[in-house]
Design a protein around this ligand. Structure first.
Ligand SMILES: Cc1cc2nc3c(=O)[nH]c(=O)nc-3n(C[C@H](O)[C@H](O)[C@H](O)COP(=O)(O)OP(=O)(O)OC[C@H]3O[C@@H](n4cnc5c(N)ncnc54)[C@H](O)[C@@H]3O)c2cc1C
Length: 454
């Protein structure tokens, strides 16, 4: 009888891993007819004993694989039904409209203009603003939607963030009522595209006190001179907000510069290794005349500019979370499918350790930004709150994308597996809207009382 058991056991082990190849191997190694004859001779007790010995599993179906899910603490379940539906709508849009085309555009460093109308149709632009056709959703919801976008692609998220956050936000927070009426409805529908020009070739982190672009009032106009660098969307934007220092009172002011204004030229920054779809430009302003009515009427100093940045910095933290989540989910899926040594690599302890480290950081980041946006909804968001989240999330994202790339072996550097794009894009997110050092200094000043910028 023991040889009968050993034959059945041999057949069973081969059968458990069955696929077409295994079936052929099984037929070559075991006389299936003999196995069946032997099984037929067993009585019920022997059959039950055999099944127990083989693991007691009467079903031949493989165990279902757990879902690929980066929201481990179910933050999505804290949303209302309506909010959850919108989250899934944006996810579906990103997966069906953006994912199939994005690598091609990323490689060419071109922007897919055909998606603007479809993105506008989601009616999410100007997410939190009230009036002017904007949806007036919560800051938590804005964060969730930003994460959903970045989970698929950070370039489109950046394009959207410049439009909805930096450009519309400057007008919403600092424009006069006439300026809001003129610009916001068209921008909400994405018929009018905006850009935000603060950084200069020689002035990045030190923008607060060091802007060299000048504005000189002459009658009803202002004359702008200087250069801006890195300005997203600027090569095609209908309106660019230019931040310049008033020569007369020394304060930073904001100007709505319309496309085609004489003295305003843009040059695309070529050969970026990150966010290649975003069209960043160097802007040159040469005696560029802007009417007083196009000066942001409530932007009187850099403090006002900072109000816009505080709001958008929280968004960048969410963007980092989305980028990390996209990389984690891609990596998890890959490790379940990829086999080495005859087993899925996800079944190896060292790979699981990487995955769990990624998930731990991702979960910490998600809970952090969720609370950050709750503070924002309560009107309690401070610069240091936003800066801490920006520092932590962008730093952890770098770590997560690099681990995601690691568990994918060679394929981790191929664009077609998406993670390579996340790795590259995380570098830009890490630097813009305040570097790690600058945001750390903002938090450091808040907790120690000492300003250590200079
Ligand atoms: C892809 C991309 C898109 C962007 N889009 C826009 C945009 O749309 N509009 C816009 O206005 N800007 C934009 N930026 C600019 C961005 O905000 C700046 O790159 C960023 O603020 C850093 O400035 P910098 O690159 O000049 O670096 P620098 O300020 O020269 O910094 C270089 C290094 O020095 C460190 N450093 C500087 N000062 C200190 C200090 N006091 N103590 C310690 N370390 C310090 C920095 O942290 C950094 O590590 C974009 C940038 C990128 C890369």
């Amino acid at each position: 009888m023991s040889s009968v058991f050993s034959k059945i056991k041999q057949a069973w082990h081969l059968y458990k891993e069955i696929d077409i190849d295994a079936l052929n191997k099984l037929a070559a190694k075991v006389d299936l007819a003999e196995v069946m004859r032997n099984v037929g001779k067993l009585d019920d007790t022997q059959l039950a004993g055999l099944m127990k010995m083989l693991g007691g599993n009467h079903s031949h179906k493989p165990k279902p694989s757990p879902p690929i899910e980066g929201d481990f603490y179910h933050l999505g379940h804290m949303l209302t039904e309506e909010e959850r539906a919108l989250q899934l709508k944006v996810r579906a849009f990103m997966e069906t409209e953006i994912h199939p085309i994005i690598n091609k555009y990323w490689l060419k460093a071109e922007f897919p203009f055909e998606i603007i109308e479809k993105l506008a149709a989601l009616n999410i632009c100007g997410v939190t603003y009230k009036g002017y056709g904007c949806p007036g959703l919560s800051n938590v919801m804005e964060g969730i939607l930003t994460m959903e976008m970045a989970r698929v692609d950070a370039s489109i998220t950046t394009f959207f963030g410049v439009q909805s956050g930096l450009a519309m936000g400057s007008i919403y927070l600092l424009g006069s009522e006439e300026q809001k009426q003129e610009w916001l409805p068209g921008m909400q529908q994405m018929k009018t595209i905006g850009a935000f020009g603060l950084t200069e070739p020689e002035v990045g982190s030190g923008a607060a006190g060091g802007l060299t672009t000048t504005a000189k009032r002459t009658g009803d106009s202002w004359i702008l001179n200087g250069q801006k660098k890195w300005i997203g969307n600027a090569t095609f934007a209908d309106v660019t907000i230019i931040w310049a220092r008033d020569i007369d009172d020394g304060n930073v002011k904001g100007f709505l510069v319309r496309k085609g204004t004489p003295g305003f030229t843009t040059e695309k920054i070529a050969d970026k290794m990150a966010l290649r779809v975003v069209q960043n430009a160097i802007i040159t302003l040469t005696n560029c005349a802007v009417e007083e009515k196009d000066r942001l009427q409530n932007a009187n100093s850099f403090k006002d500019t900072s109000n816009v940045l505080r709001m958008t910095r929280a968004g960048v933290a969410w963007e980092a979370v989305g980028c990390a989540r996209g990389a984690y989910e891609s990596a998890l899926k890959y490790t379940k499918e990829r086999k080495q040594f005859g087993k899925p690599i996800a079944s190896f302890q060292l790979i699981q350790n990487h995955l769990v480290e990624m998930l731990s950081n991702l979960t910490a980041m998600q809970t952090m930004v969720y609370r950050l946006s709750q503070l924002q909804d309560e009107g309690k968001l401070t610069d240091e709150h936003a800066s801490l989240a920006k520092v932590f999330c962008t730093l952890r994202t770098r770590d997560i994308v690099s681990k995601a790339r690691e568990v994918m072996g060679g394929n981790g550097i191929l664009l077609e597996y998406d993670v390579a794009r996340f790795v590259a894009d995380a570098e830009a997110i890490y630097s813009y809207e305040g570097t790690k050092e600058i945001n750390s200094l903002i938090v450091g000043r808040a907790i120690t009382g000492f300003s250590a910028f200079v």
